[in-house]
Write a protein that binds this ligand. Structure first.
Ligand SMILES: Nc1ncnc2c1ncn2[C@@H]1O[C@H](COP(=O)(O)OP(=O)(O)OP(=O)(O)O)[C@@H](O)[C@H]1O
Ligand SMILES: [Mg+2]
Length: 436
């Protein structure tokens, strides 16, 4: 953070904190312990063709104008609609589709927080690899369109560490689309040593789906089911289709199949705290899972073999919709070790001694313990390895938001906000100059 001249008087006004992830958008007022809203980052988009008379074209013929309708948040998203795609506005953790992002911002400010943006400072979390162009665009949008009086962009890893009361350490964040290891020293990200790889919760979903499909288990999303009967392992599922369902797009169906598989993963998977062995797999108690169509089954070795792929890539399988992993893909402990390894000697020891685990996928039972085991094999012998993690689900998933909520309320943070006056003076480059 670089100090500036701006002192924004926000005595009685709660800053808005926004943490954008590929799985969900977390929004709320600073000063709370958890975000008040957790909105899926996937949005329904329907193109509506409207006939308009456009006077600006040469002939006064009717022309066709494409408009888009957006369906944001679970209650709107789950309604099956014709010609509606379910898409994400993020790519690699960064904002890619700005039209959808603006719709999301409108929804968050008007419908969720019901705030007048002109009256609240805004703290955004961002991934450490966010590009200059995207940061500047975000700042411009916040000031020009929404007219927030003060804005700050802060790295999500730094916020996650702050939430745990630390200002230095290696943040190992295992989210939906990627896992990253981010070295933070005295509140600053060491950008050149950040390591990120496309492995995470979505990888686990793909692996679970392959495994379930191989066992011939039908994945029927809730929106299709009118009635069902609970049936056991060797019986055929008994369920009836809801009448009058519209024909939905593949992306809609895929999204809701993915939600079933996610729920299956959250309920059944468990990592072994050492590389998988036959003994552990044999002793693992069965976990029974009931699918939305009423089919119930006990799961055994797959409970451990599937998440093992996060730590040992030879357990990754490819299939029809699941491409083979690239030759350069790294596993979770290699990601952490690579980031530590790039740090200079003294900082490297500090990083190994302050590994902090975060992200939703780290909630797989045994994940932090396994990381601890595998990192111990890579950590230099003279260095004391310490791996810590937040004990609660909320802290693990919302760490960056909670950190933002703490930081934005601190009186000492007032000097860091970029004010509207300052933005007017230096323009969009304020994002790079002031938010480090
Ligand atoms: N209890 C759980 N057990 C296992 N995995 C979980 C659990 N809860 C959430 N997840 C997984 O965590 C992922 C979401 O984590 P998180 O909220 O940290 O992601 P994000 O920050 O939105 O995404 P990203 O970091 O990829 O941009 C999803 O893949 C979800 O399936
Ligand atoms: Mg994340």
């Amino acid at each position: 953070m670089s100090g500036g001249a701006c002192i924004y008087d926000v005595d009685d006004i709660s800053p808005v904190v926004l943490d954008i992830g590929s799985y969900s958008v977390r929004a709320g007022y600073a000063g709370c312990e958890v975000p008040s809203f957790d909105i899926p980052s996937h949005v329904g988009v329907r193109e509506v063709i409207q006939s308009t008379t456009d006077n600006t074209v040469d002939s006064l013929n009717d022309t066709k104008k494409a408009q888009k309708e957006y369906f944001i948040d679970t209650t709107k998203l789950i309604v099956p609609r014709q010609e509606t795609d379910v898409v994400s506005f993020l790519k690699d953790g960064m904002i890619e589709d700005w039209d959808i992002f603006e719709e999301m911002m409108d929804y968050v400010t008007n419908k969720c927080l019901m705030c007048d943006p002109k009256e609240h400072p805004l703290l955004f979390s961002e991934p450490p690899w966010n590009t200059r162009e995207k940061r500047e665009k975000l700042m411009e949008l916040a000031f020009e369109k929404y007219e927030f009086p003060a804005v700050y962009l802060m790295k999500n890893a730094v916020l996650t560490l702050f939430a745990s009361g630390r200002s230095s350490g290696l943040v190992l964040d295992c989210g939906a689309t990627h896992t990253s290891a981010v070295p933070v020293h005295d509140g600053y990200v060491i950008s050149s040593n950040v390591v990120t790889q496309p492995i995470g919760g979505d990888t686990i979903v793909d692996q679970c789906r392959l495994c379930l499909e191989k066992q011939g288990i039908e994945l029927v999303p809730n929106y299709k089911i009118k009635e069902k009967q609970e049936v056991g392992e060797n019986e055929k599922p008994v369920w009836t289709l809801k009448p009058n369902l519209p024909t939905v797009r593949k992306s809609f169906d895929d999204y809701f199949v993915k939600r079933i598989v996610e729920d299956f993963a959250h309920s059944t998977l468990q990592l072994c705290d050492t590389p998988i062995d036959v003994d552990f797999v044999d002793k693992l108690p069965a976990s029974s899972y009931g699918f939305p169509c009423g089919f119930r089954k006990d799961f055994h070795s797959e409970r451990a073999k599937i998440p093992e792929s996060l730590f040992d890539l030879k357990y990754l399988h490819s299939g029809l919709d699941v491409p083979a992993p690239s030759a350069t893909l790294m596993n979770v402990s290699d990601i952490a070790a690579a980031a530590c390894g790039m740090c200079e000697n003294e900082i490297r020891s500090q990083m190994y001694s302050n590994v902090y685990v975060s992200g939703g996928t780290s909630l797989i039972m045994g994940f932090p313990e396994r990381l601890n085991h595998d990192l111990a094999l890579r950590c230099p012998p003279v260095v004391k390895l310490r791996v810590a993690w937040a004990p609660t689900v909320a802290e693990r998933r919302y760490g960056a938001w909670i950190g933002g909520s703490i930081v934005a309320c601190q009186p000492s943070f007032f000097q860091y906000w970029v004010s509207k006056a300052e933005y007017k003076e230096i323009g969009r480059s304020a994002a790079e100059k002031r938010c480090t």
